[in-house]
Design a protein around this ligand. Structure first.
Ligand code: SGN
Ligand code: CA
Length: 507
């Protein structure tokens, strides 16, 4: 007798007993708040000095902060496919942003849905095919828009007026209040578009950081010496590759942009009132830029300030909306039996090495923020330093829901870590791969990351890099060729071979 037929013969009450349960005896709900390109350097719970994220920090303070949550493939659509399937990109099919997700395959939302959870997906989706495994969904088409965004839902598309981050927060609350069946546990994804490029802040955030200079990263003027050629050949520099209209919001200089004249499609979507607020904030700042007309490094510094302020303004809205949802959980008595998660699809460069964007196995893009709150299970204010991953979320959520973990999923349940245990067999090395050849010209690579080292392999040019994170946390110089590291190189190459085989890369 298989499990399904077995469950089919049980009463509703006995079925409920199949769920994982919280201290109040109720099944666990799962709420995943997920944003796009939110760097851990811009979460104050991670000790970043740039900004304050009080509501995300609250999840960390009442729960657990993961300091080494690594993504298997540092880019948007692939990361989301990994979360849903618990499988590496080469097996779930979404190796880059161009691929359409095959929604017929096994996903953990389908599994919990079958077990009796109600499931919902709200906000950024980015997987091209319609969501499957969700009772309710309302998602942005593609990357979506910041202003007056369109949304897709089963059988239709409509435009909602307002700012995307607030709208997604409101849709999340609306489903919690009015959309769900209060007698069933839920799995809810609330996925923000922000703070993805082109970093368009909400009207009420446009004046944040006005008159302030935010700290610059030490490596803003990196010259990419001491590394293999890909670090030099990328196209993700604040200096050379940011576009004057789209990114910098200086339309007057659009003819100076990398790749030629550019537009700002977001500005074009705004209502006259939104445009008026925008122009009131950015017009005088741009006028000052034209007057000062900075050159060389001063111009890069100006661009960094414009970039980081807009990026952090977007995050402030994300954090407000996390707060809105947390308050509702308290008020509705849902906090006690809801696992609350905040994470991002990958990390991001905030000017380190002169860069924006992500994609690399290097720390800023490899590591992503992950905080979880699970009352009665996670000790408040705990910090975990195990190598965990977006690959582990599917199995973790299945485990929390009291469901079995399919043997073809490739991560591990983090539930023991949430309980404060230290499983002896937890991974000591992590496998990463990046495939996309396109925007930003980052060379495809794979590699292995341990507590101390990162070994990267760029197969097109047959180049290798090794970083010793204890001696060189900023990853400024590869020690791949150093005599002193030849044993490490040998060991890590063997480990990379083992991992490729283990994850069926070299099938
Ligand atoms: C767009 C962005 C890139 C970004 C990719 C992938 N350009 O192409 O900067 O790296 O998305 O982002 S933009 O001009 O359209 O903003 S991802 O988060 O979807 O992976
Ligand atoms: Ca992303």
């Amino acid at each position: 007798m298989n499990r399904r037929t077995f469950l089919g013969g049980l009463s509703a009450a006995a079925l409920t007993a199949q769920f994982g349960r919280a201290a109040n005896g109720k099944p666990w709900n799962i709420l995943m708040m997920f944003s796009d390109d939110h760097a851990w350097q811009a979460v104050s719970a991670y000790g970043g000095k740039l900004n304050k994220t009080p509501h995300i920090d609250r999840i960390a303070h009442e729960g657990m902060r993961f300091d080494q949550c690594l993504v298997t493939n540092s880019i948007c659509a692939p990361s989301r496919a990994v979360v849903l399937t618990g499988k590496h990109s080469h097996l779930n099919g979404v190796i880059d942003n161009a691929v359409t997700f095959d929604g017929n395959q096994q996903t953990f939302p389908k599994l919990v849905q079958k077990a009796g959870y109600q499931t919902a997906m709200i906000g950024k989706w980015h997987l091209k095919s319609d969501p499957t495994g969700f009772d309710h969904w309302e998602v942005l088409p593609g990357q979506g828009s910041y202003y007056n965004p369109d949304f897709l839902f089963k059988g239709g598309r409509h435009r909602r007026e307002g700012y995307v981050t607030d709208i997604i927060g409101d849709l999340t609350l609306d489903w919690l209040k009015n959309g769900r069946d209060p007698n069933k546990p839920f799995l809810l994804f609330s996925q923000q578009k922000a703070p993805h490029r082109n970093w368009m802040p909400a009207p009420e955030k446009m004046w944040m950081y006005e008159g302030e200079d935010l700290p610059e990263p030490e490596t803003l003027f990196d010259n990419y010496e001491g590394r293999a050629t890909p670090a030099r050949l990328q196209e993700m520099e604040i200096d050379r590759h940011m576009r004057w209209n789209h990114d910098m919001k200086v339309p007057e200089w659009s003819d100076r942009s990398f790749g030629g004249n550019d537009g700002n499609a977001e500005w074009a979507r705004m209502t006259p009132e939104q445009k008026r607020q925008w122009d009131a904030a950015y017009g005088p700042r741009n006028a000052e830029l034209f007057k000062k007309n900075p050159q060389g490094r001063d111009l890069v510094r100006w661009k960094y300030q414009r970039y980081i302020k807009d990026y952090l303004r977007c995050i402030s809205s994300v954090d407000d909306n996390v707060g809105k949802v947390l308050s509702y959980l308290d008020a509705a008595g849902l906090a006690e039996n809801t696992l609350v998660v905040y994470s991002s699809d990958q990390g991001f460069y905030l000017g380190e090495h002169g860069w924006f964007d992500k994609r690399w196995i290097y720390e800023e893009s490899l590591r992503t923020p992950l905080v979880m709150r699970m009352p009665g299970v996670i000790e408040r204010g705990s910090v975990n330093r195990n190598l965990v991953s977006n690959l582990d979320l599917a199995q973790t959520f299945l485990d929390v829901a009291g469901q079995p973990q399919p043997s073809d999923m490739q991560g591990a349940s983090m539930l023991p870590l949430l309980r404060g245990e230290q499983p002896a067999d937890w991974r000591k090395s992590f496998y990463f791969q990046y495939f996309e050849k396109g925007v930003h010209n980052v060379a495809p690579h794979d590699g292995v990351r341990t507590d101390r080292y990162t070994l990267a392999h760029f197969h097109e040019t047959e180049e290798w890099e090794l970083y010793d994170l204890t001696r060189d946390p900023q990853q400024m110089r590869s020690v791949y060729g150093d005599d002193a590291y030849q044993n490490v190189v040998k060991e890590l190459k063997a480990e990379l071979t083992r991992l490729r085989k283990h994850y069926k890369v070299d099938a």
